[in-house]
Design a protein around this ligand. Sequence first.
Ligand SMILES: *Cc1c(COP(=O)(O)O)cnc(C)c1O
Length: 343
Amino acid sequence: MIDLSSDTVTRPTEAMRRVMARAEVGDEQKGEDPTVNMLQDVVAELLGKEAALYLPTGTMCNNIAIKAHTQPADAILVDRQAHILRSESAGLAALSNVLVDQIDGDRGRFTAEQVARAITKGSLYAAPTRLLCVEQTHNFGGGTIWPLAQLRAVCEVARARGIATHMDGARLLNAVVATGMQARDYAACCDSVWIDFSKGLGAPGGAVLAGSAAFIQQARRYKHVFGGAQRQAGIIAAAGLYALSHHVERLCGDHENAKILADGLGSIPGVQVELPVETNMVFFDVRGAGLSHEAFLANLQSHRVRVGSVGDRLRAVTHLDVSQHDIQEALAVIKKVCRKQDS
Ligand SMILES: *Cc1c(COP(=O)(O)O)cnc(C)c1O
């Protein structure tokens, strides 16, 4: 199976498993797991923040950050396609009781003027805006990258109004390798930021949330509240440390493969590709080739190729477990499936 449905399908490599098996561990909940503590230190340093907190998932990073930055009945600002809004089962409503004001971004990225217009001061009638969320790279925007200057401008508007800023950096490191910028330069724009180890970095799980010492102290409390404190989590954290030293540079290859895939898809009559492809995701539409997306996905599956769907868009994601040869093979299958429909 050539699985392009997500970069979450990667499996730990043999070398990663060896490091995990040998990891020094302790009771993570008590702060006594040396490998977890090391990963937190490494990520705090990478992101240029005072402190960091290991959590089991990125979703928990978002939920804890929103909880820590807001009070019930506050308003938060997010792009209309944000993962926080579209893909986290309304956790922000259930756990933080906040109102979401949506910004209509351009493939996930909005402007300082849009933020300024969307901010509510708060009154007897209106919920005050307390938090602005950005996503780097932007998943449903198309794996798009926030340019540093635009990110700075947007977060500056919030900061000037006393509004906290949070970055969903699930794929921040994809942006870093694509642009050559430092992770800490992007991270400096926001009060809180996290990275995910279970996506393109290829670890079986884990995410680390970073921010000021005071913010992380509060986040640690909510980690217990939400049931995220673990025991010998060093086994997983070891995979994260391994990924940071072995799987970051190689993300470039994923981006190259995504471009090859996009070029190939674009040459198939009736197939529309969302351009430009900036990182490891390709969103496309095959209905112009006379195929419903359901039929296309089923047909692909019978040829042992899988892509994902997001609403009425198709999404192919490149990652550690797909080679350039796999991409060529997947393209050949997609061409065959689309051509069959044509004749
Ligand atoms: C995957 C993802 C998340 C959630 O991370 P999990 O580790 O799957 O909980 C949040 N935001 C974005 C942009 C993601 O792609």
